[in-house]
Design a protein around this ligand. Structure first.
Ligand SMILES: Cc1cc2nc3c(=O)[nH]c(=O)nc-3n(C[C@H](O)[C@H](O)[C@H](O)COP(=O)(O)O)c2cc1C
Length: 440
């Protein structure tokens, strides 16, 4: 019988010096001298910490470019480390799979620049290597800098998603191309696999052709768990159709509820159980010994992010050069179509519009994630309130420094969630998908 939904927790990471906070690499508590950001030991420590905290997953975002979107120059991205550099997270997935037992390990891979056969093979292999704990964040890549690195033009949104749908369909067919009982390993009769249980897929579509079968046997989750973060109507459809979990950035709980409700109803139209598509909302906890101390920590962190750094990363994420817009412009009232995708991130708690300067500052500090600030008790309470208002399903957390911030959340906030009966006390099930569906 289904129990009470648990709060699901994912830890947001990138294989780079700053995650969702551009102040992170400069933070006095961040120590890349002893634990460099470009060596796996840092992520090993984080993965083990999050596993100790019984998180559903650690999650690596990824991009394949250094953005010149703001002002047409690479200088600000390099100067402020706005997701530049960013190393490939995929090799970390197998490393981290080897040093953890239960936690899901997810990374981002785009459907825009590779063939689905390559992706299906890679992710089936990672699912084997992690014993069913792999998660693939499927992105379509909206920034022109990425397409230029692969020598192509950026496709319009509709086409990006049409191609992504076909990409997923090809991957699914390839993952299905080995029946569960295809491996016989009959030594006496010299039969390794039963040929009648391995199938060609003969896919010929608008964007891709693939003959199959895959040369990877069926993996524990039959392909990885699928994660997504679409916001456009096409993106939401894609997420509702395929995703086991969705990452959303909705600072206002009213918008968060609307988003989650929309995803659930879209998922029903695809004849899916809406409880099989967990929506995780971005959150940046800042925890102090008292309210005043936490506010001091918040100010100390936020001041580390120059306004120009915020403008640089916001321009990159919108794929739109904001240098032509006055800093005092009301962002939610702008007419440029490129700005509509993030409209709900431009709103103050009372629904009024933030200025460009305010939006950019917040984007640099947290990529627009709400900061939950206070003592551990207060942060837990704020998060539970948000969760209850929205109806589920959990949070994608981002840190303001490393080491320290993730450890503090695990040691101080997780036990409060557990005492409140809102969080798992042990892992149940084996796979990433099992954890995302776990109830208590
Ligand atoms: C929390 C979150 C994480 C994301 N991570 C990535 C990423 O790692 N790489 C990427 O190319 N896009 C990433 N995106 C962008 C989304 O894939 C998507 O393009 C964006 O939300 C716009 O949605 P749309 O394509 O439906 O308009 C992320 C978005 C969100 C909200």
């Amino acid at each position: 019988m289904a129990g009470k939904p648990v709060i699901h927790l994912a830890q947001f990471l990138t294989h780079s010096p700053s995650y969702h906070s551009l102040g992170m690499w400069r933070h006095p508590k961040t120590d890349y001298q002893s634990t460099p950001w470009n060596r796996p030991q840092l992520y090993e420590h984080i993965a083990r910490t999050c596993e100790r905290g019984l998180f559903d997953m650690i999650f690596f975002a990824d991009l394949n470019y250094i953005a010149d979107t703001y002002t047409g120059s690479l200088d600000p991205a390099l100067r402020y480390a706005t997701q530049a550099p960013e190393h490939d997270p995929i090799p970390l997935v197998s490393w981290l799979g080897a040093v953890t037992e239960r936690i899901g390990i997810a990374a981002t891979f785009s459907t825009s620049n590779q063939h689905p056969f390559f992706a299906a093979r890679l992710w089936a292999t990672l699912d084997h290597m992690t014993n069913g704990r792999a998660g693939w964040n499927v992105v379509t890549s909206i920034n022109r800098n990425q397409q230029a690195n692969y020598g192509v033009d950026r496709a319009p949104t509709d086409q990006r998603y049409d191609q992504a749908h076909e990409f997923m369909e090809v991957c699914r067919k390839l993952w299905e191309s080995w029946d569960e009982d295809a491996i016989v390993m009959d030594k006496a009769n010299a039969i390794f696999a039963n040929p009648s249980k391995v199938h060609r897929i003969e896919h010929e579509g608008r964007f891709f052709k693939s003959r199959g079968p895959l040369n990877v046997v069926r993996s524990p989750q039959n392909g990885p768990a699928i994660l997504q973060a679409g916001t456009s109507p096409k993106g939401q459809d894609f997420a509702a159709k395929y995703a086991d979990a969705i990452f959303a950035i909705q600072p206002r709980r009213e918008n968060a509820k609307e988003y989650r409700d929309a995803i659930r109803s879209r998922s029903e139209t695809f004849l899916r159980n809406p409880n099989h598509c967990a929506v995780l909302f971005g959150a940046q906890p800042i925890i102090g010994q008292s309210r005043a101390h936490a506010e001091e920590l918040q100010e100390q962190h936020n001041e580390l992010v120059p306004l120009e750094a915020g403008l640089t990363i916001l321009s990159a994420h919108l794929d739109f050069d904001l240098s032509g817009i006055p800093l005092e412009a009301k962002m939610a009232e702008r007419e440029e179509p490129e700005l509509h995708r993030m409209r709900t991130r431009f709103l103050n708690p009372d629904g009024s519009s933030m200025t460009l300067a305010e939006v950019a500052a917040r984007h640099g500090q947290s990529v627009g994630l709400p900061q939950f600030v206070g003592t551990a008790e207060s942060v837990a309470e704020q998060m539970i309130d948000f969760f209850d208002y929205v109806g589920g399903d959990g949070f994608m957390l981002t840190a303001i420094h490393t080491p320290g911030a993730i450890e503090q959340f695990v040691d101080e906030v997780v036990p409060i969630f557990q005492r409140a009966g809102r969080f798992r006390k042990s892992y149940e099930g084996k796979t990433q998908r099992d954890l995302l569906r776990q109830t208590i």
